[in-house]
Design a protein around this ligand. Structure first.
Ligand SMILES: [Zn+2]
Length: 259
């Protein structure tokens, strides 16, 4: 096969995008929490000069705007000189306990990190009416731009959920870089996939995700497809209860859209 026969995606180096939520100093039963020690280990494994990682460095992304992004992730990222992307639920900024305010977001920006949107209220976008979608996408972007004084052109879908209507609305609202939580390295419909990093993932397992021959990423992607099927079959409310039970989290307003 000549190189011109290869599609653009096949020519792209395999790059993983990692998704984090909250960092804590101590371990938690809630599977979405990664300890600061684990995160420091991930940076050393994948980004340090003596890293064993041969391919392109992963992109580190954080969803929801937890205060731990500023308190714990920022110093560790600075130590390894790694730039990350932070996706912010605009309506929670400065108004919800445990989440960042505008001064913390500005500090992330000043340190060279990228800020993107994660909706206004963390609503699942395919369920929104046109008016709600406008608030979640366009208004969220305008408020972030106004308060941070810079262009916001990236967006991660709450709960990783989107459909054709949401994609169209995102483009109309001015977002050019879109992220979901489906674990894959290829672009699908222009949307970037990410591996949702959990506290139970070991460094050995993370390394396997980068090794195409291990099949670990393919297996993770299959699990995600099965989960999406169950979500559709059971409906979001019942699935949210099941999700909270599996992930050891008390159901709350956020839980329905996390998985
Ligand atoms: Zn989220």
């Amino acid at each position: 096969m000549r190189s011109s026969d290869l599609s653009a995606s096949e020519l792209q180096p395999r790059r993983l995008h990692l998704l984090y939520h909250e960092l804590r100093e101590s371990e938690s039963e809630y599977s979405y929490i990664v300890t600061t020690q684990q995160f420091a280990g991930h940076l050393a494994l994948l980004c340090a000069d003596e890293s064993v990682q041969a391919g392109p460095r992963p992109e580190f992304t954080f969803d929801d705007g937890h205060i731990s992004d500023f308190e714990h992730a920022l110093p560790l990222l600075s130590e390894q000189r790694v730039k990350a992307s932070f996706f912010i639920t605009a309506g929670w900024t400065g108004s919800r306990t445990g989440y960042m305010g505008w001064s913390e977001l500005r500090a992330l920006q000043e340190a060279g990190h990228s800020i993107g949107a994660h909706g206004w209220s963390h609503a699942l976008l395919p369920h929104c009416s046109d008016v709600e979608l406008d608030q979640e996408l366009r208004v969220a972007r305008l408020v972030l731009e106004d308060r941070l004084g810079s262009a916001i052109d990236s967006m991660s879908f709450p709960g990783g959920r989107y459909d054709k209507r949401v994609l169209k609305a995102c483009h109309q609202a001015g977002y050019t870089r879109l992220y979901t939580s489906e674990p894959r390295t290829h672009l699908s419909g222009g949307v970037i996939g990410r591996v949702n990093v959990r506290g139970s993932m070991t460094n050995t397992y993370l390394q396997k995700l980068f090794d195409e021959r291990s099949g670990a990423l393919t297996s993770l992607e299959r699990q995600y497809v099965l989960k999406a099927f169950l979500q559709k079959l059971l409906g979001d409310r019942f699935y949210a209860s099941l999700w909270s039970m599996i992930n050891r989290k008390q159901p709350d307003a956020d839980a329905v859209s996390k998985a």
